[in-house]
Design a protein around this ligand. Structure first.
Ligand code: PEP
Length: 254
């Protein structure tokens, strides 16, 4: 049985002040009963992680970062490492987001190094994969996503997979208001699970959570989350509003 996971990706939004308000709103709006049923992780910008770590102390909400460097320390001006976020109560990290791939040139090879480093530091990677519109129209979407999964998870063991979360995020659906239909998304989740089975065996594939991301909101969440292979959501825009994010979390409860 895979516990549903709802993750908020705040991207480059919120200041130290507004992120405190947003997180405090979530903490007070989410009962322990809800958080027993659904795992909730929010990923604020690095600059808000320390304050967020304090706010969620002794709470059931968890926090994550949106990126890390592949090395633990060194002369890498401006970068943030896994031990740095770990010291702030932060046990998750989004890796391989399409915006990192597109605007910062992150390759599957680099993302693989980051995934391995996160695991080495006991941080759970939320690995994002997904095809562009062009790739879908050329009918290579399954091949592309299979390649991303295979290369980004290279050298991992099935034991490592207990701490890995995958997010299927079609690039054409991120921040565009266009969502994959529940059928399209579920179909891709099945393909990803098959790729995982080839790499790590059936048990690991069956127990890995695969989230959907791409314009998920409180109107379309229930239909998407009702699909058997969709184990939660990675939410951008709609995670910046307390009410819509809580509505999405509630719609994950069957
Ligand atoms: C994301 O950034 O991971 C995302 C899914 O964004 P949005 O929900 O805004 O499409």
């Amino acid at each position: 049985m895979r516990k549903k996971l709802i993750t908020g990706n705040w991207k480059m939004n919120t200041t130290s002040l507004t992120s405190k308000d947003l997180l405090t709103g979530l903490v007070s709006g989410l009962s322990d009963e809800i958080l027993e049923k659904i795992e909730v992780v929010v990923c604020p910008p690095f600059t808000s992680l320390a304050a967020a770590g304090e706010i969620i102390k002794n709470k059931k909400i968890r926090i994550g970062a949106q990126n890390i460097h592949q090395k633990n320390e060194g002369a890498f001006t401006g970068e943030i490492s896994a031990p740095m976020i770990k010291s702030l109560n932060c046990n998750y990290v989004i890796l391989g987001h399409s915006e990192r791939r597109q605007y910062f040139g992150e390759t599957n090879h680099l993302i693989n190094a980051k995934v391995k480093n996160a695991l080495k530091n006991n941080i759970k990677p939320i690995l994002c994969v997904g095809e562009t519109l062009d790739e879908r129209e050329n009918n290579v979407h399954k091949k592309i996503v299979d390649e991303q999964v295979t290369l980004c998870l290279k050298d991992l063991t099935k034991d490592d997979m207990k701490n890995v979360i995958i997010a299927y995020e079609p690039v054409w659906a991120i921040g565009t208001g266009k969502t994959a239909t529940p059928e399209q998304a579920n179909d891709m989740h099945i393909a990803i699970r098959e790729a995982l089975e080839n790499l790590f065996g059936k048990e690991a594939a069956e127990s890995t959570r695969i989230l959907y991301g791409g314009s998920m909101n409180d109107k379309n969440a229930s239909e998407l989350l009702a699909k058997p292979d969709i184990d939660g959501g990675l939410i951008g825009g709609a995670s910046l509003k307390v009410e819509s994010f809580i509505n999405i979390i509630e719609s994950a409860i069957k």
